[in-house]
Design a protein around this ligand. Structure first.
Ligand SMILES: [Zn+2]
Ligand SMILES: [Zn+2]
Length: 387
């Protein structure tokens, strides 16, 4: 029967297209690798120790990370005269601020190893307790006279290269360090891409992660980072805090693009692998589909036990929780169906948009006593769904 034949052929063709679509999508992502690094550290150009080249060398050769950023404080960079605290290396008090900022770039280039280690220059803006912000991929840094309020700093940031990347650092409570309560600006949302959920070591994660959710609820499109904020000779070894980026090739441009696209997650375990997809789209994606199939995969290569995996949405509400997984591998598919009408009724100030975030908790045993253990965490960038 020609009609049946035709419809069968059509069906086969449709299935093939569907298959092709899925395989293409998976194939393009399967070329992505996870690279681990740090986005916050200091040297004697501000209130840390040694020179940027020492930080990059140490992070590369001793810590063995894939990328590392030196982000000295803006006010110290802009200070002409004797520098830093006791034990600092820099002696050249005549070095002007521009030269000092340029030096970080020069030393970064020198220490890079193609496809192996990427060194990144940034700086940290901070004034009183308004909230500290790291900035990457700008040609200059903000002068001390120009940025003594959040408004002045934001105005400066607005004028920078649109490919600049900024990060909210070490959020903490009671009006301090939360950037005027995360007041939202649509233009700045395109430049500020990250927020720290752990700064230093794993044990502050519990206090800081709530601000990630608060910022998302305010409408910001941010992904989470875990950093060390080093002020000593321990770049990459003071803890296991890492930011993990999905890229197909290790270079600075791709790292910065991954940060801008939120294809990254934070982890306080140096090699935990976290994959999060919605209808085949990786973390960081923005979708507008009602029927969502989430796919989550976690691999813990060192044998720590996965204790809990949680899928959250707006208001840090739990969508689904998998507890006491107890293995070092986890994989799940979870489907939801969003009702457009309900979404309209539930809309927040960021109309009709939902975010979904996956958080992982692992247990690391310390010694033979089973009570002695540490909880480590990883948390994904969101997948946003707008109906
Ligand atoms: Zn800071
Ligand atoms: Zn810092």
């Amino acid at each position: 029967m020609p009609i049946l034949n035709f419809s069968l052929k059509l069906k086969t063709a449709f299935l093939m297209i569907l298959f092709l679509y899925f395989t293409l999508s998976w194939a393009s992502f399967s070329e992505m690798k996870i690279y681990y690094g740090g986005l916050h550290s200091h040297t004697s150009l501000s209130d840390g120790v040694a020179m940027p080249e020492d930080a990059f060398k140490y992070a590369r050769d001793v810590a063995g990370v894939d990328f590392w950023a030196v982000t000295d404080h803006w006010d110290r960079l802009d200070f002409v005269g004797s520098l830093g605290k006791l034990g600092n290396y820099i002696k050249d008090s005549s070095m002007n601020p521009e030269k000092r900022f340029q030096l970080i770039k020069e030393q970064a280039y020198k220490e890079e190893v193609p496809n192996k280690f990427i060194a990144i220059r940034g700086f940290e803006w901070n004034y009183d307790d308004i909230g500290h912000i790291n900035v990457f991929n700008t040609d200059t840094f903000i002068k001390f006279s120009e940025g003594q309020s959040l408004e002045d700093f934001y105005n400066w940031l607005r004028k920078q290269n649109p490919e600049a990347v900024a990060m909210f650092n070490h959020p903490s409570g009671e009006g301090l360090n939360i950037w005027n309560n995360f007041e939202y600006y649509e233009d700045l949302d395109k430049i500020i891409d990250c927020i720290e959920v752990s700064n230093g070591d794993f044990d502050d994660y519990g206090d800081r992660v709530q601000y990630y959710f608060i910022s998302l609820d305010k409408g910001w499109h941010l992904g989470p980072t875990a950093t060390e904020d080093n002020h000593g000779f321990n770049w990459g070894t003071s803890s296991e805090n890492r930011t993990a980026v999905f890229i197909d090739e290790l270079n600075e441009e791709k790292i910065l693009r991954a940060l801008k696209s939120h294809n990254f997650y934070a982890t306080t375990d140096k090699n935990l692998q976290l994959y999060f997809f919605a209808n085949d789209n990786p973390m960081g994606s923005k979708l507008s589909e009602n029927e969502i199939n989430f796919y989550i995969k976690v691999i813990e290569p060192d044998g720590d036990k996965i204790n809990k995996v949680t899928l959250y949405t707006n208001g840090k509400n739990i969508v689904k929780e998998w507890t006491m997984v107890g293995e070092n591998k986890f994989e799940a598919i979870y489907s939801i169906s969003l009702n457009a009408k309900t979404e309209v009724e539930n809309k927040t100030n960021n109309a009709l948009e939902r975010y979904y975030v996956v958080e992982v908790e692992t247990i690391r045993e310390k010694g033979l006593n089973p009570i002695l253990y540490e909880k480590r965490n990883a948390i994904s960038s969101p997948i946003w769904i707008k109906l």
